[in-house]
Design a protein around this ligand. Sequence first.
Ligand SMILES: [Zn+2]
Length: 131
Amino acid sequence: MWYQRLQRFLYGRYGTDKLNIALLISGVVLMLIGGLFFWPLSFVADGMYIFALFRTFSRNLPARQREYQAFLRVYNPAAGWFRLQKQKLAQRKDYKYFKCPGCGQQLRAPRGRGKIEVTCQKCRAVFQTKT
Ligand SMILES: [Zn+2]
């Protein structure tokens, strides 16, 4: 019975997404930092919790999706950068990573080949590098 009422209450509401999770995690981090160094930060953390709750139960789905898209425009490049750093670290013995001088595309080549000529797959620039 209460479950059906809860379901009816949640019907048509936005629910949660990565932005809400990021808000909650940032809130916890800010609260901890605030507790140690600067207590007014915990108000900012409260604001983040309230905003995350508001978003979860909001019925204005287009507005919430716009916020989420804006968040992803920042989040995806950042997550991609961290993924690349992790990959570089894992493959550092086998591959040398470098950027194309023409377009900045990230490239890699197997190590231990000496001086090689590279053709960028993206802009077709040809340049030499040491591996
Ligand atoms: Zn290039």
